[in-house]
Design a protein around this ligand. Structure first.
Ligand SMILES: NC(=O)c1ccc[n+]([C@@H]2O[C@H](COP(=O)([O-])OP(=O)(O)OC[C@H]3O[C@@H](n4cnc5c(N)ncnc54)[C@H](OP(=O)(O)O)[C@@H]3O)[C@@H](O)[C@H]2O)c1
Length: 274
């Protein structure tokens, strides 16, 4: 597996997403992912699974220092003081002294960004987070956050898959040395996997739809992806994408699907997207 190097952070290009996984399932599946080669785990305070994710990490035969662990601070908790307290509570639930990456989960419409970025930097200065970053930030947020931050931001975690063009966000991330970490990288399966373009590439490369789509992600400069599955075989399948390559025309045929511009995660608290 390759890593995406972004402002000093070495982010394994394929991580394990844990949204909706809770309790014993989350523990078992996180341990299974690590024991089968994953080295990057994505969670969040809002997922209500940090204790189980922490147990999964301890149950796996992988040393903590070899795992890139990300958590996120939920957007109402990102005022100066609240953010630090939220991350400390996450560390307590995870049973670890630090995360590799602490992210602001969503921008807030009411809390000044400068306060949140100051608080985020504070967590890094205190050693609670080795790297800091953001999620669901627009171009405007990225420009403001990067200009305010004492430490460089390692990533912007955003929705990205072949049905959603993110060229503007990707360019902004690259300009600031940040990685783009793709969430919902598979568009949650379904219609993306059924598209003619994906089916054609499956036949051509002898791979599954998920492998074709995940390969499309990690073959782009500065892009990492964090697919989720509750199926142990699919968890293994999703990592087996580093032994083949898509040709430029293959990449282009998947990227062309983005004319649909379909977004799964859009809420009343979402920003106005670029
Ligand atoms: N920052 C944010 O605001 C934000 C928002 C959303 C998500 N995220 C993060 O991103 C992660 C991934 O996003 P997501 O979970 O929403 O969507 P996703 O990874 O695009 O899709 C997950 C779905 O795809 C299916 N799947 C996975 N591997 C498969 C395979 N090999 N073959 C067929 N189907 C497969 C899973 O079903 P099975 O379980 O049945 O395999 C599941 O229903 C989350 O878990 C979370 O960590 C972050």
């Amino acid at each position: 597996m390759h890593t995406v190097t972004a402002n000093g952070a070495d982010i394994p290009a394929l991580g394990f997403g844990t949204w909706t996984l809770v309790g014993d399932d989350a523990e078992r599946l996180v341990a299974h992912a690590l024991d089968n080669g994953y080295r990057h785990i994505d969670t969040a305070a809002m997922y209500d699974n940090e204790e189980a994710v922490g147990r999964g990490i301890r149950a796996a035969g992988v040393s903590r220092k070899d795992i890139f662990l990300t958590t996120k601070i939920w957007y109402p908790d990102i005022a100066d003081g609240d953010l630090q307290a939220s991350l400390e509570a996450s560390l307590g639930r995870l049973g670890t002294d630090y995360v590799d990456l602490a992210l602001i989960h969503w921008p807030s419409k009411t809390i000044p960004l400068g306060d949140s970025i100051k608080a985020l930097n504070d967590t890094r200065n205190k050693g609670l987070a080795r790297h800091i970053g953001v999620s669901n930030f627009t171009l405007g947020h990225i420009e403001e956050a990067t200009s305010l931050s004492e430490h460089p931001l390692a990533c912007n975690q955003v929705e990205y898959h072949p049905f959603l063009n993110q060229d503007l966000v990707l360019d902004a991330c690259r300009k600031h040395g940040m990685a783009l970490v793709s969430y919902c990288p598979l568009y949650r399966g379904g219609p993306l996997f059924a598209s003619e373009q994906v089916k054609t590439l499956c036949k051509k490369h002898g791979r599954t739809p998920a492998q074709i789509v995940l390969r499309w992600h990690v073959q782009q400069d500065g892009v990492a992806a964090i697919p989720r599955s509750q199926n142990p075989e699919r968890i293994v399948e999703n990592l087996q994408i580093f032994d083949f390559e898509l040709e430029p025309a293959d990449m282009a045929s998947l990227s062309a699907l983005s004319e649909r511009q379909q977004r799964l995660c859009d809420y009343d608290f979402s920003p106005t997207w670029d």
